[in-house]
Design a protein around this ligand. Sequence first.
Ligand SMILES: *Cc1c(COP(=O)(O)O)cnc(C)c1O
Length: 231
Amino acid sequence: MSVTENLKEVERRVEEALRRAGRPAGSVTVLAVSKTKPVEMIRELLDAGHLDFGENYVQELKEKADALPEARFHMIGHLQRNKVKTTVGRAVMIHSVDSVRLAEEISKESVKKGLVSEILLEINGGNEESKFGFDFSEAEEACRQISPLPGVHVAGLMCVAPYVEDPEKNRPIFRKMFQLAVDIANKNIDNISMKVLSMGMTGDFETAVEEGATIVRVGTAVFGERNYRRA
Ligand SMILES: *Cc1c(COP(=O)(O)O)cnc(C)c1O
């Protein structure tokens, strides 16, 4: 199957999950996660009309965004503060904001460039030591600290759930993420909206959609297995 056919199949499964959950058709964006994959593969999807892509590494994001100005690249990988300059203005959304200091850096750089960056707060859904993100209990306070910053707008939450064989294992995390977004939205914090819920990957995106995801980040099911030696 071609990457275009793979993406169509992922989109079909997303629509089925939406139907099962009683959610509106077309209410989820599939980010095609193109990390380590060549520009030609991305161009094939662009030619087929797909615009949204996810990248993890800043240098790769820069090269691809500069080569393909019509594509919309989302930064989904861990972002160091010294790479913020390269990222702001290239990424349409930064999903992986895992500290207030990082949000402050994005704010400064965005103001300098005269733009407003859309950001998501990364939540450490699985509570694994190796993963980045705020604890569930820290998210509201982080929103309150980020709220007054110019040049950034918090659009919602993101999480990277643990890798599991059985996607049902991650359902409680996705459910908790949805509830957290509702709770924060109800606080009506200035400059904080909770419209975006970025969760679900190749192994568990249908479960994430059933639990309220508005963006799923799918790499392997679209582009095939990754070979990290090439990256
Ligand atoms: C690589 C990656 C994905 C895509 O993973 P697949 O399992 O290949 O779909 C999604 N989100 C993040 C943050 C990633 O690093």
